[in-house]
Design a protein around this ligand. Structure first.
Ligand code: ADP
Length: 255
């Protein structure tokens, strides 16, 4: 049982009664477990058909393109882009259930950090024609970590930088080393985050508030997953920003 006590006071501050509440915690925990389990099964079940539709869409696009019908091919390509979004959302839901049940696995390998960052920046450059992704990679070091998972964090930083700076046209990606760490920063010139809200962005489900919610789609899971990944790899993750002046997201890993 979870007990809470709340003193009730009269106008001069004297306690005249105590409110006492007891809640059955086992029931609460059970419900939470059922919810987590359902989310895990649901996202897994959604993943299978979406993966299959995606494979068909790609084959179809190639066939139509070979026939020379660019207009139809570009429509199928748009389907594929939306399917990528869907795959990403389902992947995030699956990751959250893995984190919550302690089942997120890490397969560390030794890899060239700058090279991995360069590859992802190039990939993202293809997706966003509006922004110029400028890279200054001076890390010059190898990292021993799960390359896929670290890549996921870099991709998340970059896609947020693009998403939250629709009126800007530049994103700066930097890597550098200190005595014992290798650091990545992704800087954008977009809407930024106020000082009061900065500590919330790595929380589960935290999202931009008010009107902006409809302008910027998302589930509010990317930075939560990113921070869990970086912490599991023994690193640090943080943000520096001024509202309206853009944001810089960082992570540091031991080297
Ligand atoms: P999502 O983008 O799906 O909302 P994230 O976990 O990636 O989820 O980000 C959480 C919140 O942090 C966002 O809703 C937004 O308020 C804020 N945020 C993240 N990246 C940026 C950025 N580059 N500039 C401004 N705000 C950001």
């Amino acid at each position: 049982f979870n007990f809470t006590y709340k003193p009730l006071r009269n106008v001069d501050g004297k306690v005249y009664a105590i409110l006492h509440a007891a809640m059955d915690v086992t029931k609460q925990v059970q419900l939470q477990q059922q919810k987590d389990e359902f989310l895990g099964i649901a996202s897994h079940e959604l993943k299978t058909p979406v993966t299959s539709i995606k494979a068909y869409a790609q084959v179809l696009e190639r066939m139509i393109r070979n026939d020379g019908d660019e207009k139809k091919a570009s429509m199928v390509h748009k389907m594929d882009v939306q399917l990528n979004r869907l795959t990403g959302l389902i992947g995030d839901l699956l990751d959250v259930t893995k984190i919550q049940s302690g089942k997120m696995t890490f397969n560390p390998v030794n890899f060239d950090f700058d090279l991995a960052v360069a590859e992802i920046a190039e990939e993202m450059q293809h997706i966003s024609a509006r922004h110029h992704i400028h890279t200054d990679l001076q890390g010059h070091a190898n990292v021993y970590a799960d390359k896929e998972r670290i890549g996921q964090v870099i991709t998340n930083f970059l896609s947020n930088a693009i998403k939250y700076s629709a009126d800007a046209d530049q994103v700066d990606v930097k890597t550098y080393t200190t005595d014992n760490e290798i650091i990545l920063s992704v800087k954008d010139f977009g809407i930024g985050i106020s000082k009061e809200l900065q500590h919330l962005v790595f929380d589960q489900f935290y999202r931009v508030g008010g009107q902006l919610q409809h302008t910027y789609p998302g589930l509010g899971l990317g930075l939560y997953i990113s921070s869990e990944i970086i912490k599991s790899e023994g690193g640090r993750i943080w943000v520096e920003s001024e509202e309206g002046q853009g944001a810089t997201f960082y992570f540091a890993l031991k080297r």
